[in-house]
Design a protein around this ligand. Sequence first.
Ligand code: NAD
Length: 710
Amino acid sequence: MALNLEAMGKPIGPVSKDYTWKDVVLYALGVGSGSSELEYCYEKQLKVLPSFSIAAIFDFLAHIGVTSNVNLAGILHGEQRLIFHHPIPTEGTLTTQGKITHYYDKGAEKGALVVAESNTYHSNGQKLFTSIMTIFSRLDGGFGGDNAPKEAVVFPDRAPDFMVDAHPSENQPLIYRLSGDIFDLHVNPDFAKMAGFEKPIMHGLCTHGYACRALIQSLVPGASEKVRRMDCRFTKTLYPGVPIQTLIWKTGEGKAVWRTLNARTGAVVMDNGVFEYGDVPEESIRFDDRVAVITGAGAGLGRVYALELARRGAKVVVNDLGSARDGSGQGSSAPADQVVREIQALGGEAVANYDNVATPEGGRAIIQSALDAFGTVDILINNAGILRDKSILKMEPENWQAVMDVHLNGAYHVSRPAFEVMKEKGYGRILMTTSAAGLYGNFGQTNYAAAKMGLVGLMNTLKLEGEKYNIKVNTIAPLAASRLTEDVTPPELFQKMKPEFVAPLALYLCSEQCSVSGSIYNAGMGFFNRAAVVTGPGLTLGNAKTFPTLEDIVANIEAISTLEGGKEYRQLNDQVGDACSALLTPQKAIAPKSAQKEVVGEFETASAVFEAMPTAFKPDAASGVNVVFQYIISGANGGDWSCAIRNQSCAVASGRHDKPTCTLKIADGDFLDMMNGKLNPMQAYTSGKLKIEGDIMKSQLIEKLFEMKK
Ligand code: NAD
């Protein structure tokens, strides 16, 4: 019989188990609780010991043994990690699903390790805990796999802060087995002898329950709901009736390390213990059941995005080619693997991907990893990056191209297949990574700046194409300590630029709560602001028939250049629309010096304007026009006037017309500014100073029909 290596990564479960308060109490009694801890034993004030979790999913653990095809005659529980997301309710149904994540080979003589990870949900919908367990199979080594990476727990070189003694009874396994593990080794003397023991042994997980109680009593007395994590390695067997001692060292806020000894011999029976405790973090924004792909997530910013998304429930594809800072080299699987391990240690789900974003095949393979592992893609962060900085004359085409390929082409290669999935499901979040070097310029980074600004263009269009499918596309310009910034940042500043300061904004832009699309944000050291392409109000020179001259431009360069009163366009058509309407309502341009005529006087009252109106009327421009403009001008210098245009003639009357085509309402001062060329009619309208009711389009004829001057 050999290990079933094919089973790796395939889903195991869901396996469900109903439980009541009696199961909870039975377990507590099985791990030594009693009248001094009534909260675990009395249904009227019941709490669930966190270690109940692992006993309660015994059926699932059995599935791992069967699916991996380990030789049952030689297996031991090697290691156990538990991450607690919410306290376990006192009754309900637990549903567990997971997979085998690794097979490690210690050698033919030494055995194999099978690592399995699972998540358990309560029937109330809450994710309760994540288990990462290692089965040590003494008889399955030598299949030719890698050995497990060594992860040592460091114990302080001082006496423990707590030492908790306990005395499991001779009958302890007989009670404990009623919680599910009815293996003969713990009850049948003949079987135990056959397995090489002098008598039945304690269940490792029973001793684990004792240790859990000791840790709670010492670190969070009476508050078992504050247990966040409990890890250990099972190192030696123990006979029932042998006293034990749990040694605990506090190592930081909410953190401790621990080990449990056979108090008679001093032998360590559980080692490498890690314990974390504190309140359940209040996180209203979650990514449960969302699948996130992050390119270049093996280090720097991408790694932190991946960890933070996983911490909040997302399933993550950690892509990283593992190349050098400039993109050279063969690549390595180590960075992506390491981040996946970190996510799993948090109780999250992740898979590694080592494809290159710089090719279309790489882009497709990255998205395919997400589909294979998790069935979909909801979030894509285009983050992979390299640098090849050189000033323009030293910038050889290959350095230009390499940077374009990773940053700009890379985002295209990965976004395209991701967009297809997102469009189909009607949901998606894509985040581009630009840079201040692109937005504002940086000496010696022509390739990088151009690629990074190209990503803004990609976003601008993708936001429109994704709009109808609820795909939001935004861009972040981060500032963070990483290998890209290490040699160009003073050490004191580098220390302050932790990627964790950037991640919250990236996560917001990837969340369901994100309300924006097509926005660019700077983020670094906790400072956030938005960057945008702003367009000034400008003015039209010449008209549709006469071309403006170079001299016109020179004379008006200030008005052309100003950003005062500027705005952001959502898309190209908005800008074209403004250019067209400016043609209909031309703003007052300054004539070139050579063409300047005498200075005209100004209107001082509204009535003076209406007196001048018949003279200003241009009958040639009024062919076929039949409109009535009603002016309602508020203020001391105001009043009501109508102006009826019909049969190429103009009739101005004070008072109100009974059937105006459109009504223009404005304060007297603003009206005079408009008539005296100091206030652009379009600006007056968009700023709310001028209100137009009725047929707004017809109001645009006014500029065409009158040439107002005093
Ligand atoms: P980093 O070097 O730590 O991370 C980039 C990761 O991308 C690396 O792990 C690398 O192996 C991976 N990668 C490179 N080429 C790849 C490829 N072809 N396919 C897949 N993976 C590849 O750098 P970082 O600072 O975390 O940068 C992340 C992103 O942020 C980059 O796009 C960078 O340009 C951008 N950025 C960073 C800063 C900053 O201050 N750190 C500033 C502006 C923009």
